[in-house]
Design a protein around this ligand. Sequence first.
Ligand SMILES: Nc1ncnc2c1ncn2[C@@H]1O[C@H](COP(=O)(O)OP(=O)(O)O)[C@@H](O)[C@H]1O
Ligand SMILES: [Mg+2]
Length: 275
Amino acid sequence: MSMVTLATAPAAGAATAMPLKGNTPVKISARDANVYYGDKHALKHVELDIRRNEVTALIGPSGCGKSTFLRCLNRMNDVIENCRVTGTITLDGEDIYARELDVVVLRARVGMVFQKPNPFPKTIFDNVAYGPRIHGMATNRRELEEVVQTSLERAGLWKEVKDRLKDAGTGLSGGQQQRLCIARAIAVSPEVILMDEPCSALDPIATARIEELIDELRQNYTIVIVTHSMQQAARVSQRTAFFHLGELVETGDTPQIFTSPKDQRTQGYITGRFG
Ligand SMILES: Nc1ncnc2c1ncn2[C@@H]1O[C@H](COP(=O)(O)OP(=O)(O)O)[C@@H](O)[C@H]1O
Ligand SMILES: [Mg+2]
């Protein structure tokens, strides 16, 4: 495993977003991405570059297509009946919709964390060991234990659970369960982590802990987060994309989007005139 230990620099808890670095390489690129649910054109001609080691926030009113776009990035829309995706989405320049592409491998490279923490009805250990086991990533027990520990450490949960790895994952608090789900996602060494409103079921303290964690994870992963909280987008992301009625209206570095949006619709949303 080529995992690097997380730097232990103090996390920027309530800090505002860091300024953008110059030309961070593009990790994921969407060109003329469209999604249809039956006849409904839910996502329209989206063009977006997601840069490596940055947090990109997807914001916009409910129903504007944030989750739909997020699901394009690891082909989770494939599992929705009647859903059709067109256009080009690349990961490191490779078309992820190419016929020969192995979707299981793609979803290991582009992991996902959902709105409601969804640990498996298994022990804490087995939740994290699940991915490495099915992907054959550990050749013996010792290696598996190592992956589980490293993943829990990176998810900021190790200290809280190291003496109760055999307890049920579902017995943890909501915030701990969400960190367990992040550990589970990390365990297969993804390159990108997609998060769909990961804090919306959490209290403010658990939310702050996850936001801190996102800022730490950025050093090793590319993160795309859907959030309905503009404060959260401003706190955790370097880049923000504003969606409205299925269109990507505007994208830019986060401070710019929140202080001087170019489009009236963005302006309207961030000042609370609609949404
Ligand atoms: N499985 C589905 N079947 C049909 N329509 C859907 C489905 N999922 C989402 N939609 C529609 O697509 C649009 C975008 O939805 P969604 O991506 O969930 O928005 P958001 O995450 O921004 O709230 C909405 O009009 C929604 O009703
Ligand atoms: Mg959504």
